[in-house]
Ligand binder design. Structure first.
Ligand SMILES: Cc1ncc(C[n+]2csc(CCOP(=O)(O)OP(=O)(O)O)c2C)c(N)n1
Ligand SMILES: [Mg+2]
Length: 1020
């Protein structure tokens, strides 16, 4: 049939069923060709008096009769019949009828299909068996929803992903049919019910798990936690209490603030980068309510970390009133109250604020500065949190209580969270003794894109959050169009964190309204996604409509809020413009050098410090004796490993001055004495308790009970609870742990916080923490740290990866007094260097090349009186020459090679007199060996003084064991140039330049080492 066949005819659809007619046969009027009439949807009349409970058992359901009255001249009887048959088939679900409707309407469930009823009641002999199988199936279905219901949750505001069929959530998989919908089953306590019909069960499950929040919690092993979470889900999503109207209004206000902030910047500073949060504005009311609720729960301090996306919005609308500061930066100036803003772009700056909650609680807020390196900020914020909690334990609080008061909150990008390894490293720290912070609230700003990368190119996992399943954290995927669902989830998340002291993840799914930044065109790469984005009105509009519908506010009220918000932004901008104008006219603070439209006036270069000063850091003899006793006398009842007995005896003797001291002993004296003086000493790294080289033994283990004993940790200062020593074995992480310790050291500014690499070589895994934080944070954010890095270094023939801590890299990073880089050669030097680090004036990171073979080298031992007098010497003169006047060559060196040079010189002398007469003077006595113990700040003054003691020097040699392109040479060369005007240019002696730090052959190593030592000390 063609459409033309119907031309000039009328086709009516009628529904007399609404008034109870079951079936009707209407008469055609002139001009009508067909009337299709639908009857009432009802139980067939003959069953209507049957008890309602019996009907579903018999498989009797409501039915509808559809009739067709037609004009024979136009429609054949057979055609009418097949038309009705077709409708019958469609209503039974053929031809994907329901699938298409569900898909068009965006209903995320599979439609229930008509099927043959297999009611056990009518299935012969073994009814009970059949019935229990069916009951078991229902329980399986319930379980499947708890485990995988999130896969059907309505979490994507763009509805861009095709709806996937999940067989485990389809009743057919369990041999259940629509005939079972009204049959009652045991529920096992689902939402407080004992029994419910399958229809009710599905409704409960879908409300709990397939609404605007998809919850993943069944990977958690603790039954208690799972039950607790189920109960919270029921409370918030199955039988929810209405949300207070004031809260709703506040959520709307924050959505308006978020949206208007971005629009305001867009109109006032068109084209300037701001990494807009538009599309995920729900994050702002979520954070706002997080602070409110945190305050109610007794949290006093929140440490936040986040990357670029939405950061300015968070500063303006969550942390505090930073609009003036932000707008001043957009004007190309620096707000006078935030001079540090000059050091970095505006979307990396940190901020601190305090908020008084509606409940009258004060909550401190700190947003850590961050580099571009997205997730690198994660461990840093954890370290900051831990330091704040540790400080609280110094008063009367237990660790559990301290964790209740300080909360870390990390915001993540969806692509970064899925892709960056440091996320996993940070998550892994969450429950470790030395690093736990009582649970972190992770919030993913999930705009479903990373720059131009779609999720299918950015991750193999289903969700970007899958890595967090590893730590048994509950994960909530929230539709960003529903800020109330986000609010409800937040309540669960915070309560969970406070109860179980574990991480929680809130994955807020939205979109990105604009390109990656505001000058980017997103439709080049995601054309379809951006069609949907353009059609999306935005969550603020949706939520305002919802509240208007609910009668919470009217249209005029919404507009008034928008206006009020804009007024406030306008006021802040006016003040910012005034500041910028003053600066440009020279009446305010000097203009910023990087601002595009401000006159550029370069600051004078920073004067580099001279690192020559020797600071007295000695301790009393009694202090040494006291600490030595502490670390050598085993407590009553402790079963010491027999192999440790002689080591402890040696420690005791060292304390009495009867044995020279080794490194581990001197280090213990430094740690112990600082703790006794009231300094917090924290050391962490892989295997740091025992020490990689079995040298430290700061923690000993009872051979019978396995219990740990850390003698130094028992030392306490008399007048402060701050002083204590702690050592923690870390997870096998560099970037994560170093980031953590860096964050710790920023907050715990007067503590000695040390990170130790297993071998120095591995520090490059943490390179981004070193580059972005350790070495640059003072310059970028005026954020100082005394973080100390202990990096085992030295060429001992152990191959390319156990030789070099990449000294050259640290030296290359030295500028503007940002670092201290030292390579001490004796236990006493190490002792004083550690102690010096907490002195005033040393508020900058310290990188120490620490020893390996020297740990046990007798020549590298120190005596008791070296600890009880003096301090760290940046330069050590040659102590073995009696006539400096004869010296023709000065060999400068650093670290372990000194002992090789000195030993070789001794051997070359053949035990003869140090200084001979005339021509028979051994050539080696015309060579002085001077140790540079500190590279940076460069000890120019002391080197000059030392060299002045050799009036006849003609040759200055820098000797190192590293290849020429590594080690200290390139740093030293230019600095040595003018040191000895009488000399030729400084000469390099060491290994040839090399791509890899060291040879893998021990024999080759020895030959290389012998050659360089000879070349340095032999004068032909
Ligand atoms: C370590 C690192 N690698 C790459 C980049 C470059 N980069 C900046 S933002 C971005 C995409 C981030 O996507 P996502 O985490 O989803 O955050 P969004 O921008 O979407 O909020 C990339 C690749 C970076 N900043 N840091
Ligand atoms: Mg993203």
């Amino acid at each position: 049939m063609q459409v033309s066949d119907f031309q000039g005819t009328t086709l009516s659809l009628t529904n007399p069923g609404t008034i109870g007619t079951v079936a009707s046969t209407p008469r055609l009027m002139p001009g009508q060709s067909l009337i299709v009439a639908t009857g009432a949807i009802e139980y067939p009349a003959e069953y209507q008096s049957m008890a309602p409970a019996i009907l579903p058992q018999l498989g009797i359901s409501k039915a509808i009769t559809i009739s067709s009255t037609y004009d024979h001249r136009i429609i054949q009887g057979a055609e009418s019949g097949s038309f009705l048959a077709r409708i019958h088939e469609l209503l039974l679900g053929k031809y994907k009828f329901y699938d298409e409707i569900f898909s068009d309407l965006g209903i995320p469930y599979a439609p229930l299909r008509w099927n043959v009823d297999l009611n056990p009641l009518f299935m012969g002999a073994d009814q009970t068996h059949e019935q229990s199988i069916r009951q078991g199936r229902v329980m399986e279905l319930i379980n499947a929803y708890r485990v995988r219901g999130h896969l059907m949750a309505d979490i994507d505001p763009l509805h861009a992903l095709p709806l996937l069929y999940h067989p485990e959530l389809d009743i057919e998989t369990y041999n259940l049919t629509i005939w079972d919908l009204d049959r009652s089953f045991f529920t096992g306590g689902l939402a407080g019910t004992e029994d419910a019909t399958l229809r009710e069960i599905l409704d409960l499950l879908q409300r709990a798990y397939c609404g605007k929040v998809g919850t993943e919690y069944r990977h958690i092993q603790s039954k208690e936690e799972k039950l607790w979470l189920r109960e919270q889900i029921r409370r918030e999503f199955v039988q929810p209490e209405p949300i207070d109207q004031e809260v709703k209004k506040r959520i709307l206000w924050k959505l308006i603030s978020a949206e208007q902030f971005e629009r305001f910047l867009n109109t006032k500073f068109l084209g300037q980068k701001r990494f807009s949060i538009e599309g995920c504005e729900a994050i702002i009311p979520l954070l706002d309510q997080l602070i409110e609720r945190a305050g109610d729960l007794g949290i006093e301090d929140i440490k936040l970390g986040m990357a670029h996306r939405g950061r300015l919005n968070v500063l303006a609308n969550v942390i505090g009133h930073f609009c003036e500061r932000i707008f001043t930066a957009f004007e190309g100036s620096v707000h006078p109250s935030f001079p540090a803003d000059e050091g970095d772009v505006k979307y990396h700056q940190g901020a601190a604020g305090e908020r008084e909650t509606a409940g009258g609680r004060k909550v401190k807020l700190t947003l850590s500065p961050n580099p571009s390196h997205l997730e690198a900020v994660d461990p840093v914020v954890e370290g900051m949190t831990r330091a704040t909690q540790d400080a609280m334990t110094e008063s009367d609080l237990s660790r559990e209580e301290a964790m209740n008061h300080v909360l870390p909150v990390l915001l993540h990008g969806d692509a970064a969270f899925a892709g960056q390894g440091i996320v996993m490293e940070t998550l892994q720290l969450a429950q470790l003794r030395g690093y736990r912070t009582g649970g972190t609230i992770h919030i993913i700003i999930n705009n479903q894109i990373g720059f131009t990368t779609s999720p299918e190119a950015g991750r193999s996992s289903i969700y970007s959050t899958d890595v967090a399943r590893m730590t048994q954290s509950p994960i909530f995927h929230i539709n960003g169009d529903d800020p109330e669902a986000a609010y409800r989830t937040l309540r669960i998340a915070l309560d969970y964190r406070q109860n179980y002291k574990k991480d929680v993840v809130l994955d807020v799914v939205g979109f990105r309204r604009l390109g990656h930044n505001e000058t980017d065109e997103p439709s080049y790469t995601q054309p379809l996604m951006y069609q949907r984005v353009k059609a999306h009105p935005g969550v603020r509009t949706l939520y305002a409509k919802r509240l208007v519908r609910e009668g919470v506010i009217d249209e005029a009220g919404v507009n008034q809020l928008i206006e009020e918000r804009n007024h406030r932004y306008e006021d802040a901008l006016a003040r910012a413009k005034e500041i910028a104008a003053k600066q440009k006219s020279g009446t305010g603070i000097p203009p910023v050098t990087h601002a595009q439209d401000a006159p550029a006036t370069l600051k004078p270069p920073v004067v580099e410090l001279d690192g020559s000063e020797v600071i007295g850091t000695a301790v009393e003899v009694d202090t040494v004796k006291n600490i030595a006793r502490q670390i050598s006398v085993v407590p009553e009842g402790f079963n010491l490993n027999p192999k440790m007995v002689s080591q402890l005896a040696r420690r005791a003797k060292m304390g009495e001055g009867m044995l020279p001291m080794d490194w581990a002993f001197a280090e213990a004296m430094a740690f112990g004495s600082l703790a006794l003086e009231g300094t917090r000493v924290r050391l962490s790294g892989q295997d740091s308790g025992r020490g990689t080289f079995s040298q430290r033994h700061a923690v000993l283990y009872d051979t019978q009970t396995g219990k740990a004993w850390s003698p130094l940790s028992e030392l306490r200062a008399e007048d402060t609870a701050r002083g204590r020593f702690e050592v923690f074995d870390s997870s096998l992480s560099e970037a994560g742990v170093l980031g953590f310790e860096y964050g710790y050291s920023v907050v715990s500014a007067d503590a000695l916080v040390m990170w130790e690499a297993q071998f120095g070589d591995f520090n490059n895994v943490a390179q981004s923490i070193i580059d972005q934080y350790v070495t640059a944070s003072e310059d970028k954010w005026q954020q100082t740290s005394r973080l100390t890095m202990l990096l085992p270094h030295g060429y001992e023939g152990q191959g390319p990866e156990h030789s070099s801590a990449r000294l050259e890299r640290f030296l290359q990073l030295c500028a503007e007094n940002n670092l201290q880089v030292c390579y001490p050669t004796s236990p006493a030097q190490y002792f004083h260097l550690l102690r010096r680090q907490i002195r005033p004036g040393f508020e900058r990171p310290l990188v120490i090349m620490t020893p390996k073979s020297l740990l046990r080298l007798p020549a590298a031992a120190s005596s008791l009186n070296e600890l009880t007098s003096g301090g760290f010497h940046p330069v050590i003169n040659d102590a073995e020459l009696t006539d400096p006047g004869r010296v023709e060559r000065v060999v400068l060196c650093s670290g372990k090679v000194f002992y090789d040079l000195n030993e070789a010189r001794k051997k070359a002398r053949g035990g003869g007199p140090t200084v001979g007469e005339g021509p028979e003077t051994p050539a080696v006595d015309r060579v002085a060996i001077i140790r540079v113990e500190q590279f940076y700040p460069f000890p120019l003054k002391s080197l000059t003084e030392v060299l002045a003691g050799y009036p006849n020097v003609r040759e200055l040699v820098w000797c190192q064991e590293e290849p020429k392109n590594m080690g200290g040479w390139t740093f030293m060369e230019s600095r040595l140039e003018n040191l000895l005007p009488r000399c030729e240019r400084p000469r390099y002696v060491g290994r040839e330049a090399s791509a890899s730090p060291a040879t893998g052959s021990y024999a080759v190593h020895l030959q290389e080492q012998e050659r360089l030592v000879k070349e340095a000390i032999m004068i032909s």
